[in-house]
Write a protein that binds this ligand. Structure first.
Ligand code: PEP
Ligand code: MN
Length: 337
């Protein structure tokens, strides 16, 4: 059982409360971070005791957890988390479109792409400044310069910007430039990074590890929630299966499954799932039909010269067409369900 404590409670009040319930010989553990405090109680609890606990003024709620994750679960919060990204709501039933290159390569490149995706209706510009590359010899990103170009593109287009960080040090740098931080598939298990992100007050795009189960994915989100940051958007980006002809296998079922388990918004990334631009439109539409709150797509002005993920990046005309189709499909589904 979880006893959620009101944020306004002082340490003294919490300690006194903990002491008083320990008297009932309950095995109680206090979980405290800057912005969230709760007590977990082991063992079965009677309805009578639950009612008693609820009568304490500092108790916000008492819930029986049924899953290994607590704060990410619907047991904890049975209504969707809606995130405000520069006044654009995510998880409120609208469709979020994130688009941009895999990596920021130059000022000219990111400006051109930002302008185009904005004109096509995208809400967020993506672009990696710190790239997690499989080979140490591949382009590793422009670092802070890349973040500066993203901030310039934001200034010019009004788009919010998202970029990946791989370490707590990069996080400290990126918070000054971006509106949303990305934790990539390879970093989903990087617990020091998740803890550092839990301590900040900015939306986070958390991608599913390529070999992570849904439960592991939600436990990664739990690390961030536990730190007090509840602005998390989950991203299904394809998992590794026995199939090798596609880069990954987009787990479409993960979208409704996650929605049945968590209150956090869920989006899909068909670009990294497929690895080939020809399959991106079909996967993107399938994800919208499956109930995704948003789609993230890689787009490049010159994919043949891209320094990373060129083969999966859409050309401008294909992106324009797909963006229009996704918004249309989304409103059709919304009006017919
Ligand atoms: C990316 O979005 O650029 C990326 C590296 O994706 P993933 O972490 O899903 O591989
Ligand atoms: Mn990429």
């Amino acid at each position: 059982m979880i006893i959620i404590i009101k944020n306004s409670s002082s340490t003294k009040q919490i300690n006194a409360f903990k002491k008083s319930i320990k008297k009932s010989r309950l095995d109680v553990t206090l979980h405290k971070s800057d912005r969230r405090t709760f007590l977990s109680v082991h063992g079965a609890i009677s309805q009578e005791l639950k009612d008693q606990l609820l009568s304490f003024p500092l108790v916000e709620n008492v819930v029986q957890e049924t899953k290994p994750y607590i704060l990410a679960s619907l047991d904890y919060m049975n209504k969707p988390t809606v995130i405000d990204l520069n006044k654009r709501l995510i998880g409120d039933g609208s469709l979020l479109l994130i688009a941009g290159p895999c990596a920021v390569e130059s000022r000219k490149q990111i400006m051109e792409i930002a302008q185009f995706v904005m004109e096509c209706g995208a809400h967020v510009l993506r672009g990696g400044a710190y790239k997690p590359r499989t080979s140490p010899y591949s382009f590793q990103g422009l670092g802070e310069k890349g973040l500066q170009y993203l901030a310039e593109a934001k200034e010019k287009t009004g788009l919010a910007v998202v970029s990946e960080v791989l370490t707590p040090e990069e996080l400290n740098m990126a918070v000054h430039y971006v509106d949303m931080l990305q934790v990539g598939a390879r970093s989903m298990h990087n617990y020091p990074l998740l803890k550092a992100i839990g301590a900040i007050n900015k939306p986070v795009l958390l991608k599913r590890g390529m070999m992570a189960t849904i439960e592991e994915f939600l436990l990664a989100a739990e690390y961030i929630l536990r730190g007090g940051n509840s602005q998390i958007i989950l991203c299904e980006r394809g998992i590794r299966t026995f199939e090798t002809l596609m880069r990954n296998t987009l787990d479409i079922g993960a979208i409704p499954l996650l929605k049945s388990l968590t209150h956090l918004p869920v989006i899909a990334d068909p670009s990294h799932a497929s690895g080939k631009r020809q399959f991106v439109p079909a996967l993107a539409k399938a994800a919208v039909a499956a109930g995704a709150d948003g789609i993230m797509i890689e787009v490049h002005n010159k994919p043949a010269q891209a320094r990373s993920d060129g083969p999966q990046s859409l050309l401008f005309p294909a992106f324009k067409k797909l963006a229009a189709e996704l918004f249309q499909l989304h409103s059709f589904i919304r009006n017919h369900s």
